[in-house]
Design a protein around this ligand. Structure first.
Ligand code: PMP
Length: 417
């Protein structure tokens, strides 16, 4: 039973969990026993339709047969060599083929490591020390990105977490998302090494970039000699094979990837312009290393996943599911609201008609969102327990899954809003 496991977990883990959002499922998180396609099965033997999908990686759905086959084959041949392997060459070739900015790649083990390395690269490459990020963008759990300056545009960042020295946070500046005037002011005033941005914000709910935002960032960073970093840990291989940079037609200098490129196994990657990537050790002097970097299991699962994505069917199915459900949700909510969808991921905000930056998102009726989440869960549909996450769809979210969940969304939303 989930309740028994939860009782034990509280003595074992801070807050009972190993990543904070998991504790947001109340009164306690359900424990998952198995997963297949669009469904989770809990330790309480409940079957749930999953719109969380491991927070984004599982674009093929759970336990896809092609990934199982590839990983099994790799397991038989060993799973960690401490030497290069064929799989890393194959996966990197796929990435450089599809992602416009990717000339060279460095594999790491999480999105956190990828952004940490990309920011260090931008500093090493430019010889500058300051970073610009955007309010509400999440780039992982290391010191340089857990900074959130709130409303005051272009002020030095205030740490979001205890334990971050002011010597670190004072090198990170923050602008509101979609605010190019702020970016220009900062770039003019400060020597900025790198500007890091989620090309679609996926960590304050979903917030799309306005039409001029990404082209404007490209133009301004080129003008002021800063490295433009797209954090595509969510959007990479989700908005199509070329990620957000293909979708919006803007090519950054560096890109961070994670989630989908490991097919659901731990992974991260930095890729980008040759002359910047070559600054990494051993060819350059910006340090990165890792025991598990390019481990054969994550590589193999990533290759199998991208091979499926190259067939395009998964994109069609996941886009249709997200579109149909976003429309259904839009129709069912009676109060003021907005559903922000980009291709195959989305989020809804209650009590407001527009969400274009983090401050807007903070004003949504989050308590009501949580009630909706709880009601959906009782009815067998799992959406993120937090307003500030996204609903994802996969190639397993076929018409049957969409129809079944649409019925539940309609009932719950008409009832609660
Ligand atoms: N960047 C973005 C845009 C993310 O959404 C996340 C995680 N959700 C990360 C970086 C960090 O990735 P990881 O959890 O693999 O460290």
């Amino acid at each position: 039973m989930s309740s028994d496991l939860w009782n034990k977990a509280q003595a074992l883990f801070a807050g009972g969990v190993n990543s904070p959002v998991r504790a947001a499922v109340k009164p306690f998180p359900f424990y998952t026993r198995s997963a297949k396609g669009a469904y989770l099965v809990t330790e309480d033997s409940r079957r749930l339709i999953d719109f969380v999908l491991g927070y984004g990686p599982l674009i093929l759905g759970h336990a896809h047969p092609k990934v199982i086959e590839a990983v099994k084959d790799q397991l038989e041949r060993g799973w960690l060599y401490g030497t290069p392997s064929r799989a890393e060459v194959e996966l990197a070739s796929m990435i450089t083929k599809h992602v416009p900015s990717a000339q060279k790649v460095r594999f790491v083990n999480s999105g956190t490591e990828a952004t940490m390395t990309a920011l260090r690269l931008s500093r090493g490459f430019t010889g500058r020390s300051k970073i610009l990020k955007f309010d509400g963008n999440y780039h992982g759990a290391h010191d340089y990105v857990l900074i959130d300056a709130g409303s005051a545009a272009s002020e030095f960042g205030v740490p979001f977490s205890q334990g971050i020295p002011t010597e670190v946070s004072s090198t990170v500046l923050v602008c509101p998302y979609n605010d190019l005037a702020c970016v220009e002011t900062v770039l003019k005033r400060e020597e900025i090494a790198g500007v890091i941005v989620e090309p679609v914000m996926g960590n304050m709910g979903v917030i799309p970039p306005e039409k001029d935002f990404l082209p404007g960032l490209r133009k301004l960073t080129s003008e002021y000699g800063s490295v433009l970093i797209f954090d595509e840990v969510i959007t990479g291989f989700r908005l199509g094979l070329g990620g957000a940079q293909s979708y919006f037609g803007v090519t950054p200098d560096l890109t961070t990837l994670g989630k989908i490129i490991g097919g659901g196994f731990p992974i991260g990657a930095v890729c980008g312009k040759k002359e910047i990537m070559d600054q990494l050790t051993p060819s350059g002097r910006v340090f990165n290393a890792g025991t598990f970097n390019a481990n054969p299991i994550s590589m193999t699962a990533g290759i199998a996943t991208i091979q499926e994505l190259e067939k395009k069917e998964v994109y069609m199915v996941s886009e249709r599911a997200a579109r149909v459900l976003a429309e259904e949700i839009d129709r069912a909510i009676k109060m003021d609201h907005i559903v922000n969808r980009v291709y195959n991921f989305f989020q809804f905000f209650l009590g407001m008609k527009e969400v274009r930056n983090a401050n807007d998102a903070r004003k949504a009726k989050r308590d009501l969102y949580v009630k909706v989440h709880e009601s959906l869960l009782r009815e067998g549909v799992f959406i993120p327990p937090s307003q500030f996450e996204a609903l994802f769809t996969s190639g397993a979210h076929d018409d049957d899954v969409v129809n079944e969940s649409a019925r539940v969304f309609k009932k719950v939303l008409e009832d609660l809003t």
